[in-house]
Design a protein around this ligand. Structure first.
Ligand SMILES: Nc1ncnc2c1ncn2[C@@H]1O[C@H](COP(=O)(O)OP(=O)(O)OP(=O)(O)O)[C@@H](O)[C@H]1O
Length: 367
């Protein structure tokens, strides 16, 4: 699968733009703030119906304008596919595949898989466990259409149970029968999510290890592991044991909403002890594992969006990485960098062709 061309109208700092891509490596170069990342984000919109960076659609409309339009023509299994996304202020987003509007955006998720690697990914290391659960959930959702529904249902049951706990605190009366029903609902869905996450991570972790060891040249030992309270005890027992605490805190303190993905380097937390380059290498390996996982499940290659990838990596890691992604295992790639010479030199050295675009203040031209 690859994106043949992209058309933008009033998207972020672009009034209009039309780009034609190569099925292999495409690079956007230009100064800070020129609009390179915005092009990657437009591609992300076409694949996953949303921005990678900002969940508010209307904020992607060029300041002072009333709407934006992003359209792309893909080649998927040698068949043409046209995807378009239009957003007008104060109106529902219109998302179309081959000119037909989707009834449910969720139906589009997974059809055009994409992996973005961006400096913002550092939040995965620095922020709380919710960020890491979201990462896991996003990857599974792109390969498992039921998973998103399970998550929505779990959150609904969780909210109901928390509402009951608040009522109990206010009235000092516990409706045991109702609690049992809510527990059972939560347990059923929670167990299903736990089993999907466990199965996913059993396949994902070896892919991560392989990519990290390649990028770093085995320079350091890192580990990725999945931690869930449900690995220790059944969800039923966990809820029983935590009932008193839940009543005091007026919320459910155990369940898959407490799952964690642990990142470590030489057996200590990556967040506290990893250098910036090591943290970046970890994040890249995580995203490349996501790529390999999606590719395996879909049977075709996702798009790879590499935002500002060279920063903080030593030249050995940069070369290894570019060699790897421009190799046959990877399909179409989009790279951004503020330094044109650096990109040109890296690809010259590894003898790979690139399709270069220069971006200047919301205008993009083939270099
Ligand atoms: N809705 C919008 N309307 C107009 N301009 C916008 C909008 N949203 C973002 N921008 C502008 O887009 C520019 C940022 O573009 P982008 O993040 O693509 O830059 P970049 O070329 O990747 O820069 P860097 O090298 O610093 O990462 C900023 O100047 C910002 O003000």
């Amino acid at each position: 699968m690859w994106l043949k061309n992209l058309t933008l109208l009033y998207f972020k700092n672009y009034a209009s733009a039309e780009l034609t891509f190569s099925p292999t490596v495409n690079a956007f170069v230009g100064n800070n703030g020129a609009g390179k990342t915005n092009l990657l984000d437009a591609i992300h919109y076409l694949c996953l119906c949303k921005s990678y960076f900002n969940p508010i659609d209307s904020q992607q409309i060029k300041i002072g304008e009333e709407l934006f339009l992003v359209q792309g023509n893909f080649d998927k299994d040698q068949k043409p596919e046209q995807i378009s996304c239009g957003v007008k202020r104060n109106q529902k987003k219109q998302f179309k595949r081959n000119k037909k509007e989707y009834e449910k955006l969720a139906d589009h998720i997974g059809l055009f898989p994409v992996v973005m690697i961006s400096p913002y990914d550092v939040n995965l290391i620095m922020e709380g466990s919710e960020e890491r659960r979201r990462f896991v959930d996003n990857v599974i959702s792109q390969t498992d259409t039921q998973y998103l529904d399970l998550l929505i249902t779990y959150n609904k049951h969780l909210l109901n149970r928390n509402t009951l706990l608040k009522q109990v605190a206010a009235t000092h009366k516990l409706d045991v029968a109702l609690l049992e029903i809510l527990n059972e609902q939560l347990i059923n869905v929670g167990n299903a999510i736990f089993s999907k996450r466990k199965q996913f991570l059993a396949e994902f972790i070896p892919l991560f290890n392989k990519h990290y060891s390649f990028i770093s040249g085995d320079a350091e030992e890192v580990a990725l592991s999945y931690q869930s309270q449900l690995s220790e005890k059944s969800f039923e027992v966990l809820l029983e044991e935590s009932l008193e605490k839940d009543r005091v805190l007026e919320r459910t303190t155990t369940g898959i909403h407490k799952d964690e993905l642990l990142f470590s380097i030489a057996d200590v937390p990556l967040k506290k002890f990893g250098s910036q380059g090591q943290q970046k290498s970890f994040l890249i390996a995580l995203k490349l594992a996501q790529y390999s996982y999606l590719q395996k499940f879909k049977g075709y290659k996702p798009l790879l969006l590499l935002d500002d990838i060279f920063d903080k990596l030593d030249s050995l890691r940069v070369h290894k990485l570019m060699q790897m992604v421009s190799h046959d295992d990877f399909g179409q790639i989009f790279i951004t960098d503020a330094n044109k010479e650096r990109v040109v030199n890296v690809f010259n050295e590894i003898k790979a062709d690139i399709n270069l675009f220069e971006v200047v203040n919301g205008n993009v031209a083939h270099a």
